[in-house]
Design a protein around this ligand. Structure first.
Ligand code: GAL
Length: 912
C-alpha cells in the first residue's frame, strides 16, 4: 500500500479519527452557477426520461457538441451491440433486450445482415427468425432505443461481412459507386429501409433513434465520398428521418450527422488476458458540432479457430477493464458510447466468416451466449444506471487547472458542467497495469485534499457539487450508482470497493436529523456540511431528515457486490432477484417481473407508494420469491446411423460451364459443395492435382471411382481404382466455411469457394465436371446448410423418416457418417433452463438441432466443445431431433448440459 503523501499549499485538517478531510474552499476559478439555481429548477434539467413505448407520439432528435437530445432533453447514450441473426429464436430477442435494458443499456446497436435475408438477387425474406419488424416492435415494447446499422456492408465477423453470397460473383467493385454494386445495395436498402423507417422515434412509431450508413469505411477519395453521399441520399429518400451516423473516423462529417471512431484497445488476442494495453483518450475524435460518439468500443473480443476460448476473452475485457475504459471515455467527453458486444450469440449455420471466428460468437460479452449474466454485466449496470441518473454528465467540458493528485502514481481527469458546475473526476492509476494500492489526496470541484484509494486497476468516477434530487451533494468518495425520488423521499445508492473507506458530504441550511438505520456510519456537522464516514461493507442505510420539512434522503452505502443486487427498473428500485425485467404501478400495486435462480428475498425501495407487490403476476408474500424447481436432462440414446455414398448419381447436377469451378458462380454460396469430374482414362493417370479454397477450417475429401484418395493438393490414384478406357469418376467433396469479409475494401469477399481448379497427373485427358451444392432452406434461411448428400436428402430434418437406418454404428469409413436421435423435453413451465450440446470425440462434425445447423465441431483446431441452443429452437416442451454429420470418423458423443436454471415470466414458442 502506498501512502497519500502531502501536497504543497493544500490545507489539511485532521479529525479525531486521524483522517484528513477538506475544508470547503473554492478553486481559483470559482464555479458559482450552481449556487444560483434552486434544486427545483435543476430537477427540470434532469435526464430525458427512459423510453417507454406507451406514449406513441412524434419526437425530435437534436444534437450539439455535447450530447444527443430527445425533445430538447439531453440523453446519455449507453448502448450495446446485439445481432438478432445470431439468436435464431424471436422470443429470445425479448429476453436479451430486456436484460440489456435492466442492465443499464438504454440503446441497442443492431446490424441488419443483408446476407441473412437474401438467398438470391431480388429475393428477400423477412419472416420467422428474419422478422425484423417483430424485432423492432420488441425493442419498442422493451423500451430500448435502437441504432440501426443496415450496412450494406457490416463486417461483424460474418460471412462476406454481410454481403450475400451472390454478390461474390458481381463484377463491379463493392463499396464504391460502381453502378452494378450500387444497384444491388439499393435493392437491399429498398427492402430494409422501409422496415426501419416504420419504427422511428421521430415519427412516433418506434424506438429507432439513429441509422448508421456503411461500416468502418475509410476511403477518403472523391468516389468514397460519392458512395457515402449516395447511401445518405438513399436513406433519406426511403424515409429515414433520424440522425445518420458513421463509424468512419470522422471522414464523412459533411455527408453524415455524427461520424465517430471505433476503438478496441485490448485488440483480439485473448491469450494473455492479464496484460492491458493503454486506454486511449478518445477526445481527439470529437468532431465540432457533434457529440463525442464511440460507435463501437471494446466490450469483449472475438476468438478465432484454435484460440484460447471466450472465458479468456471475458477475462481480458472484464469488469475492471470496462469500468476503467468506459469511465476513461467519459473523462474524454463521450456522451454516446456503444459497446461491441452486449450479447454476441452464435454464428450458426454458415454465418461465421472463416478467418475470424468459430461457431460461438459469445465474444466474452456481458451477457453470455447462453443468455446468462456475468460479472461485467453487473459492472456495466452500475455505470449504465449512473449515466442515466446524473443528468449534468450530458453537458461537460474538460477542466485542466486542477492540482495533480498527491501521489504521482495516480491520474485524475476532470470535467465540469458549465451550467450546474457539477464536477466529475475519473481517478485511477497512471499505469493501467499497476497492481499496487495507493491513497492520494485529490481536488474535487470546490473541495480540497479528498483522500481517494485506488487499488490496482480500479477506476473511480466521483461527483461533486451536484444537486441530487432535493439534496445537495458536496462530494463523495463513493460512486453514485443511481438516485431518484421514490414516493415521499429521495434515495441515493452509492457504492465502493469492499473494505475501502468512503466519505460523503451533503450540504444543508440547518443541521438535519441523521439516523443510521444499519451499518457503521459516523457523522459530523460542520458549518453547513454533513459529513458521513464509513467503510464499504455490505449495506449501510442512513436516513437524513432536513429540518423544516425538506424531502428526506435515504442514503444506501453499499460495497460493489451489494450494489449489484439492486435493480432500478421503470419507476422502482428493488433488491434481491437475479434479474428484474419490468416494473409498473397499477391500482396501488407494484407489478414486477423477473427471474430468480434460487428462493430470493425481495426488498422494495419505493417510499411506500405501493400497498402490495406482485412478482410475475403472483402476490409476493412475506417478501419471498420462489426459486426454480430442479431439472434433469434426458440421456441421448437410440442413435441411428447412415453413411453417405462416396460417389453419387450426378445426372441431374449442374455442369461446369466455364473453366472456373468456383461454387459461387453456380449459385452455391454456403457449406459443402460436391464435384464429380468424368474422364476417359488412358491408363497413364497417376493422380489428380486439386486446388481448393474452402476458407480457414474448411476441408475437402476425394475419391476415384469410390476409392478414397484422401485430402490434400496432389492425390495419387491407387492402381486398382483406375478404369482405363472407361468413364472414371473423380469425386471431390469440399466443405466450405463461408466467405471472407471485405474489411479492407478490396473485394476480398469474392475469394472463390469450393474446387477452384483440377487436372490429372500423368495424362492430359480433359475432365468434365458436374456440381451440386446446397439449396437455401425456405424456413431456416440461405446460410443454414450446404450440399452434403445427407443435407440433400433431409437427413438433418426432423420430418425425415430414418426407419431404414442402422441401429449400430458402422465400421469407420472415409466420408460422411450421419447419426440421428430424438429426445423429448418437458421443462417446468415458467422456467428458463439454458442448454448446451456438449461434444467430445476426435472427428470433425456438424450438429443439427431440429434441422438448424447449430455448430461446427472441429476438435483438431478447437477450442469449442459446448454449443448453446436457444429455447424455441430447442423445443423445451416437446420432441427434438438431433442429427450429426461426422466427417472421416465416428460420430462424437453429445450430451445435453444445462448451464443455468431460472424462474422466468417469459415463454419461448417453438421456432418453425
Ligand atoms: C469492427 C467492425 C465490427 C466487428 C469488430 C470486431 O471493426 O466494425 O463489425 O468486426 O470490428 O469484432
Amino acid at each position: 500500500m502506498r501512502g497519500p503523501g502531502t501536497r504543497r499549499g493544500a490545507r489539511r485538517l485532521v479529525t479525531p479519527g486521524a483522517q484528513t478531510y477538506a475544508r470547503p474552499v473554492r478553486p481559483r476559478k470559482a464555479c458559482r452557477a450552481a449556487a444560483l439555481l434552486a434544486p427545483v429548477l435543476l430537477a427540470a434539467l434532469g435526464p430525458a426520461q427512459a423510453y417507454s413505448a406507451a406514449a406513441h407520439q412524434a419526437h425530435t432528435i437534436t444534437y450539439d457538441d455535447h450530447s444527443l437530445s430527445i425533445d430538447g432533453r439531453r440523453l446519455y447514450i449507453w448502448s450495446g451491440d446485439f445481432h438478432y441473426w445470431r439468436l435464431p429464436s424471436p422470443d429470445a430477442w425479448r429476453d436479451v433486450l430486456q436484460k440489456m435494458k435492466s442492465g443499464g443499456f438504454n440503446t441497442a446497436s443492431i446490424y441488419f445482415d443483408w446476407d441473412f435475408h437474401s438467398p438470391a438477387p431480388g429475393v428477400y425474406d423477412f419472416t420467422g427468425i428474419r422478422d425484423v419488424d417483430r424485432l423492432l416492435d420488441i425493442a419498442d415494447e422493451v423500451g430500448i432505443y435502437v441504432i440501426a446499422r443496415p450496412g450494406p456492408y457490416i463486417n461483424a465477423e460474418t460471412d462476406g461481412g454481410g454481403f450475400p453470397g451472390w454478390l461474390a460473383v458481381q463484377k463491379g467493385h463493392a463499396r464504391s459507386t460502381d453502378p452494378g454494386y450500387l444497384a444491388a445495395a439499393d435493392e437491399w436498402l429498398s427492402h430494409i429501409d422501409p422496415v426501419i423507417a416504420r419504427h422511428q422515434l421521430t415519427d412516433g412509431k418506434g424506438s429507432v433513434i439513429a441509422y448508421q450508413v456503411e461500416n468502418e469505411y475509410y476511403r477518403d477519395t472523391p468516389d468514397g465520398h460519392a458512395y457515402i453521399q449516395h447511401l445518405r441520399d438513399k436513406a433519406r429518400a426511403d424515409g429515414i428521418s433520424v440522425p445518420l451516423t458513421g463509424n468512419h473516423k470522422g471522414i464523412f462529417t459533411k455527408e453524415l450527422d455524427i461520424d465517430g471512431y471505433d476503438r478496441y484497445p485490448q485488440e483480439f488476442n485473448c491469450s494473455h488476458p492479464d496484460v492491458w494495453n493503454k486506454l486511449p483518450d478518445m477526445a481527439f475524435s470529437h468532431n465540432p458540432g457533434e457529440p463525442l460518439f464511440l460507435p463501437e468500443f471494446q466490450g469483449g473480443a472475438f476468438d478465432p479457430w484454435g484460440g484460447p476460448g471466450y472465458d479468456k476473452c471475458r477475462q481480458l475485457t472484464d469488469g475492471d477493464f470496462e469500468k476503467a475504459a468506459y469511465e476513461n471515455n467519459i473523462a474524454s467527453g463521450a456522451t454516446m458510447q456503444n459497446f461491441y458486444m452486449a450479447y454476441g450469440g452464435t454464428s450458426w449455420g454458415y454465418l461465421a466468416t472463416p478467418g475470424s471466428v468459430y461457431t460461438s460468437y459469445d465474444y466474452g460479452a456481458p451477457i453470455r451466449e447462453d443468455r446468462t449474466l456475468t460479472e461485467k454485466y453487473l459492472v456495466d449496470k452500475r455505470l449504465g444506471y449512473f449515466v442515466q441518473s446524473v443528468a449534468p454528465l450530458t453537458k461537460t467540458d474538460e477542466v485542466t487547472d486542477v492540482p495533480a493528485p498527491s501521489s504521482t502514481a495516480v491520474l485524475q481527469r476532470t470535467r465540469r458542467n458549465p451550467d450546474t458546475c457539477t464536477t466529475f473526476a475519473v481517478v485511477r492509476h497512471q499505469d493501467v497495469n499497476d497492481k499496487a494500492t495507493d491513497t492520494a489526496l485529490i481536488t474535487l470541484g470546490g473541495h480540497l485534499d479528498i483522500p481517494v484509494t485506488i487499488a490496482g486497476r480500479d477506476s473511480k468516477l466521483l461527483v461533486a457539487d451536484y444537486t441530487m434530487d432535493h439534496q445537495r451533494l458536496q462530494y463523495s468518495t463513493s460512486e453514485i450508482m443511481t438516485h431518484g425520488t421514490f414516493g415521499d423521499r429521495d434515495i441515493a445508492l452509492l457504492y465502493g470497493r469492499p473494505g475501502q473507506p468512503g466519505r460523503t458530504v451533503l450540504r444543508y441550511g440547518a443541521q438535519p436529523r441523521v439516523t443510521v438505520l444499519s451499518g457503521a456510519v459516523r457523522h459530523t456537522w460542520n458549518a453547513g456540511d454533513l459529513m458521513l464516514d464509513y467503510t464499504h461493507l455490505g449495506l449501510a442505510r442512513v436516513l437524513v431528515q432536513p429540518t423544516g420539512g425538506g424531502t428526506p434522503l435515504l442514503l444506501l452505502l453499499a460495497d460493489d457486490a451489494t450494489a449489484d443486487t439492486f435493480w432500478r427498473v421503470g419507476p422502482s428500485l428493488v433488491r434481491g432477484p437475479e434479474l428484474v425485467r419490468t416494473a409498473a404501478y397499477g391500482n396501488g400495486v407494484l407489478k414486477l417481473t423477473g427471474d430468480t435462480d434460487r428462493p430470493t428475498r425481495l426488498a422494495v425501495f419505493d417510499g411506500a407508494r405501493a400497498a402490495a407487490v406482485t412478482w410475475n403476476g403472483r402476490p409476493v408474500l412475506g417478501g419471498e420469491l420462489p426459486g426454480p424447481g430442479p431439472v434433469t436432462m434426458p440421456e441421448l440414446s437410440g442413435w441411428k446411423y447412415a453413411q453417405e455414398p462416396a460417389t453419387e448419381d450426378d445426372r441431374t447436377w449442374r455442369t461446369a460451364a466455364g473453366p472456373s469451378l468456383n461454387a459461387d458462380l453456380y449459385g452455391y454460396h454456403a457449406g459443402a459443395v460436391r464435384y464429380q469430374g468424368h474422364f476417359t482414362a488412358t491408363g497413364e493417370e497417376t493422380g489428380a492435382a486439386l486446388t481448393v479454397s474452402t476458407g480457414k477450417a474448411g476441408t475437402h475429401l476425394a475419391w476415384l471411382n469410390g476409392h478414397y484418395l484422401g485430402t490434400g493438393r496432389d492425390l495419387g490414384f491407387p492402381a486398382e481404382a483406375l478404369k482405363p478406357g472407361q468413364d472414371n469418376v473423380l469425386s471431390v467433396l469440399t466443405v466450405n466455411m463461408g466467405h471472407e469479409q471485405d474489411f479492407h475494401d478490396n473485394d476480398s469477399h469474392k475469394q472463390p469457394r469450393g474446387l477452384v481448379s483440377a487436372s490429372l497427373l500423368g495424362s492430359a485427358q480433359p475432365i468434365s465436371w458436374r456440381i451440386r451444392g446446397g439449396l437455401p432452406d425456405p424456413v431456416r434461411g440461405p446460410l443454414n446448410n450446404g450440399g452434403l448428400y445427407g443435407e440433400h436428402h433431409g437427413f438433418h430434418l426432423p420430418a425425415r423418416p430414418d426407419a431404414g437406418w442402422s441401429i449400430t454404428a458402422p465400421a469407420t469409413a472415409p466420408g460422411v457418417l450421419w447419426a440421428r436421435t430424438a429426445f423429448s423435453l418437458a421443462l417446468p413451465p415458467g422456467q428458463d433452463v439454458p442448454v448446451s450440446l456438449t461434444v467430445s470425440g476426435l472427428s470433425r462434425a456438424q450438429l443439427y438441432l431440429n434441422g438448424y445447423l447449430i455448430g461446427h465441431y472441429i476438435p483438431a483446431l478447437g477450442p469449442q466443445t459446448a454449443f448453446p441452443v436457444p429455447p424455441g429452437l430447442l423445443h423445451t416442451h416437446g420432441r427434438n431431433t438431433l442429427a450429426i454429420a461426422a466427417i472421416n470418423g465416428p460420430a462424437p458423443t453429445v450430451t445435453l448440459t444445462p448451464t443455468g436454471n431460472f424462474t422466468t415470466p417469459l415463454s419461448y414458442a417453438d421456432v418453425p
